[in-house]
Design a protein around this ligand. Sequence first.
Ligand SMILES: [Zn+2]
Length: 314
Amino acid sequence: MKTRTLLFSCLALVFAGCKPAAQAPAEKTAETAAAPTPAKSGKPQVLVANYPLQYFAQRIAGDSVEVRFLAPKNEDPAFWQPDEAAITAFQSADLILMNGAGYSKWADKVTLPESKVVDASAAFANNLIEVRDASTHSHGPAGAHSHNGTAFTTWIDFKQASMQAQAVSDALVKLVPAAKDAISKNTESLKDELEALDDRMSALSRRLVQHPLVASHPVYHYLARRYGLDLRSVLWEPDTALDGTALSDLNAILAGHRARWMIWEGEPSKDSVEKLAALGLQSIVFDPCGNVPASGDFMTVMKTNVEAMEKAFP
Ligand SMILES: [Zn+2]
């Protein structure tokens, strides 16, 4: 773990910030306005910190609860700042599913009812990755941020994702004991799928260790640790224009790290793909899916990610 921490600590290039790919800024107003709408279902209210937890909770609980994810689609939920109405919704929820690993920066400054809060990463809290010396970068409504502190994209280690699903399941059983049987069955099915993804990525490990990789944004720490990726990172977004500065910073990494592949959070532009190809790098998308995907769901996105890796490293 120490080696991996050091590896990620020397990321020095500043370009842009984190945002989920391919989401229109215009969506923000509508989403934010919709957020405080009070629930009318009469079902227990489950508030979640990010999209993976929304997906887990909905799959596990079915329609026995109402799952609400309030972050706008065009923002990274990790750096989102909820407005007062959204904070009130969290404070009056029956269950609050937090990602843990320092994910929701806003929660440090807000008092939440402790008895309602579940840290989905608690089972592996002693095995989180600390990032140091990551540069601050900014764009979008959330302002400047850095990836210093605890790495928080916990669920792209699919073993950890499975543990998070179990934590969600345990909390839901306590909330709606009458639905226990359905919850158990749904949990097993979800965990089976997550563990199948874990098996497929683990099977790739032996080949992956032989291929130095570059990531477009420093969000792959847990993926790298579990599946043996030799990964360095720049701070690009899928829509970052690869100008001379961007490319010279990439070249500085490539000088000591002969990568042939760059991993992106979303589909890069044709121009970026061509510029990277000229440097001998191919592009591959592994979408962490922290927010709602443009199409499909958490599981289809993760299956597409793993298939892309299998194709790249046959
Ligand atoms: Zn970032």
